[in-house]
Structures are given as C-alpha cells and as structure tokens.
Design a binder for this molecule. Structure first.
Ligand SMILES: *[C@@H]1O[C@H](CO)[C@@H](O)[C@H](O)[C@H]1NC(C)=O
Ligand SMILES: *[C@@H]1O[C@H](CO)[C@@H](O)[C@H](O)[C@H]1NC(C)=O
Length: 292
C-alpha cells in the first residue's frame, strides 16, 4: 500500500509543479501560514521541541500544495503528547531529542509531499498529507471486527491502517475509532494521539518504537539472528518492516533515514548506529501490528 501511495503522492506533487501552478517558495521565502510565538511554551516537552523547532522540521506543511494545510499544529501536538508522559521524556536531553527527531522523521516520511528537487529540500515536506492517497485493500483483518470495510486506510502522522489498529488505538484513547475512523483526519489532537499511541505501544513480538529509540530494548537471540539490533532502523521495521526490511537497499528506507539524519542535524545530535533495516528480518507475517 505504502509503495503505491508514495509513488502517487510523488507524481501528484510533481504534476502540480510541472503544471506551473506551483507557488515559488524557494530561497528562504515563507510558504503558507506559520504559527507565531516564541520560546518554550510547550511545557516540559516544549523544552525539547520548541514551537520554532516544530516549524523548522515541518516548514512546508501549510503550503497551498499540501492537503494537510492548516491541520497539524504545534499546540495539537503538545496537547496530544500530554496523554503519554514518557514520550520525549525518557533519559538525558540527547535521548529525548533523539526520540523526538525519530518520531518526526518517521511520521514526516509517512506524510511527505517532498521530491528530490523540492524547495527547502526533499525532507522539508513532512506532514503534507492527512489521508492515504491510494487505497488497495478492504483493510479488514479477520481477527478483529470490521464494520466499515475499505475505511481503515492510513490517516494521521503515522498513517494508522487496518481495522485491528483502529480498534486497539480507539480502545486505548477511549474513542470509537472502529465506527468513526475519519476522526483521525478531522481532529488534530486525536490524530497526533494515534501516532504517539502507535509509537509508545509494544505489539508483541514487536517492541515499541519508544523503547527501541531510547535504548531500553534488548534484542533476544532470535532478534540478533535476524540482525534486529537497537537503532532507528528497527523503528522502521516496527512500522513497515514487512514491506521495506530484509530486501537490501530501497528508496523508502533511504528516505526515512534522510529525514532522520536531517532532523538530528537540526537538533544537534548524533543519529546513533543501525540506521537502516536493509538486512533485518521483518517480524513474520503479523501485519496487523504494523502501522500500515
Ligand atoms: C545520555 O545517555 C546515554 C545513554 O544512557 C549516554 O550514552 C550518553 O553519554 C548520555 N549523554 C550525556 C550528554 O550525558
Ligand atoms: C537463525 O535464522 C535462520 C534463518 O535465517 C534459521 O534457519 C535459524 O534457525 C535461526 N537460528 C536461531 C537460533 O534462531
């Protein structure tokens, strides 16, 4: 799904540009609206990612070419994160920044409208999309109820997909997402919560992205045998390993890494080891534990 979606998104954005309707946003010009305000008005988490840093990571999300224009705000992000106190709040400052950089890198990739010669660079276009562009399944796993076949396509920062994920996420957040999946595309706080929920929640045998990126997770003998070692690459495996991992180099994993190294640079931290999952075994066929 993700493969097709990315290609479509890519060609859609490209066609806007080639059609001559593109706004000229190059050379430092501000595109679209920006949040105003300064300093650390986001509480404890705001000390790790300020409003300015959020803008710096996602500068084109409100561009007129982006479907998500106006949807993803700093305030919605900070509000959503309050439901997950350990998020961006584990370990020393470097660890906290690494987790936030990794979260925005993965979700930036999931929602990107960027292309190689994009203004601001390929990795400046995260959070351009809310809903998955191309749908290729009924997204019904037989293990969970599926009252609205076809409706559990990707939505929000992590592009939460499949009925089982909507069920579990909804249960965790106290909202009936199974019968109201589009809430993740219309309520920005809930949308951010779905992404942070996926990030924070282990779905065995997978660990959570959170425990991996803060270096709390220790690989089992099976993990070591499958080259699943601690690092950003394992978060990719958790999110979409069935499609992207264990297949050698591919542009999707490379794009995820590009977002991460770019964002780590903005935070002034090192990205750590094991950035890719090119040679990692994916976690079996248990697709329902993937975000997409
Ligand atoms: C932060 O914590 C990590 C892991 O515990 C450690 O390796 C690193 O040296 C620490 N960094 C600082 C600046 O204290
Ligand atoms: C390691 O993985 C290989 C397949 O890649 C498998 O045949 C072997 O049994 C595994 N070993 C262990 C100890 O799990």
């Amino acid at each position: 799904m993700r493969l097709i979606g990315s290609l479509l998104i890519f060609s859609l954005v490209l066609s806007f540009v080639q059609g001559g309707s593109a706004q000229n946003c190059g050379s430092g010009a501000v595109c679209g609206e920006r949040d105003t305000g300064h300093g650390t008005d986001g509480g404890e988490l705001g000390k790790i990612i300020s409003r300015e840093m959020f803008e710096d990571l996602l500068p084109y999300r409100n561009d007129e070419r982006c479907h998500a224009r106006g949807f993803y705000t700093y305030d919605a992000f900070i509000e959503a994160a309050k439901a997950f106190p350990a998020f961006g709040n584990s370990g020393n400052e470097t660890m906290r920044k690494r987790e936030i950089a990794a979260f925005f890198a993965q979700t930036g990739h999931e929602t990107t409208g960027g292309w190689p010669d994009a203004p601001g660079g390929e990795y400046a276009w995260g959070y351009c999309y809310i809903r998955q562009v191309s749908h290729g399944s009924d997204y019904c796993y037989p293990y969970c109820p599926c009252p609205l076949p076809g409706q559990y396509y990707g939505r929000g920062p992590i592009q939460l997909t499949w009925n089982c994920n909507y069920l579990r996420c909804g249960e965790a957040l106290g909202v009936d997402l199974l019968n109201n999946p589009d809430l993740l595309a219309t309520d920005p706080v809930l949308s951010f919560k779905s992404a942070i929920w996926f990030w924070m929640t282990a779905q065995p045998p997978k660990p959570s992205c959170h425990e991996v990126i803060i270096d709390e997770w220790k690989p089992s003998a099976n993990d070591v045998n499958a080259s699943r070692l601690p690092g950003y690459g394992l978060t990719t495996n958790i999110i979409n390993g069935g499609i992207e991992c264990g297949k050698g180099w591919n542009s999707f994993v490379a794009n995820r890494i590009g977002f991460f190294t770019t964002f780590c640079g903005k935070f002034g931290i090192q990205p750590g080891d094991n950035l890719d999952c090119y040679n990692q075994g994916p976690y079996g066929p248990n697709l329902m534990a993937q975000s997409m």
